[in-house]
Design a protein around this ligand. Structure first.
Ligand SMILES: [Zn+2]
Ligand SMILES: [Zn+2]
Length: 172
């Protein structure tokens, strides 16, 4: 059989593609919510509908590693936008799975829990892991990408590991 990417890999790639549409000048994040491998809703981060895109002064732009760096207060996060789109169109997210390029912040983690999402696949861990720990406390299973290797003819191949939000997660 022809080698092909896993379903998880494919859906995270869709989330990464959506991230390219992000309008916040500080970060681009994409999210996809799926059930049984089919996409229910998606989102990327950006200012609320009808409001101008955020353009942050240079001093506000910071590395994702700096825990004390200011965060964007304009953009609606990718996960929140995905949940809001589902609400707008009457799509139930109960027992679905979230694929997101960056691990959810604590507010998005709360939304994920109450939307009924039961598993989360994370492309890259955010500097603040409070959201990941909240998901674990609420019994939402979190998998973070351990390895991300290029395979000829297959594109990317990731390996995933259960993520409890501890600081010593072995990322490579
Ligand atoms: Zn912004
Ligand atoms: Zn968020």
């Amino acid at each position: 059989m022809t080698a092909r990417p896993s379903m998880e890999e494919t859906l995270l790639e869709v989330a990464a593609t959506m991230a390219r549409r992000g309008t916040c000048s500080r970060a681009r994040v994409g999210a996809v919510v799926a059930r049984d491998g089919r996409i229910l809703t998606s989102g990327y981060n950006g200012a609320p509908r009808g409001l101008p895109h955020c353009l942050h002064p240079l001093g506000e732009i910071s590395s994702t590693e700096d825990v004390n760096a200011p965060t964007c207060t304009v953009a609606v996060h990718a996960e929140a936008n995905a949940v809001a789109f589902a609400a707008r169109h009457g799509i139930a997210l109960d027992r679905s799975t979230l694929f997101t390029t960056l691990s959810p912040c604590v507010v998005c983690a709360q939304l994920v829990v109450n939307a009924g999402i039961t598993a989360v696949y994370v492309g890259e861990r955010y500097r603040d892991l409070t959201g990941v720990r909240l998901l674990n406390e609420a019994h939402v299973v979190v998998f973070s990408r351990m390895r991300h290797e290029s395979y000829p003819g297959l594109g990317w191949r990731s390996t995933w590991q259960r993520d409890d939000g501890s600081e010593d997660f072995d990322e490579t």
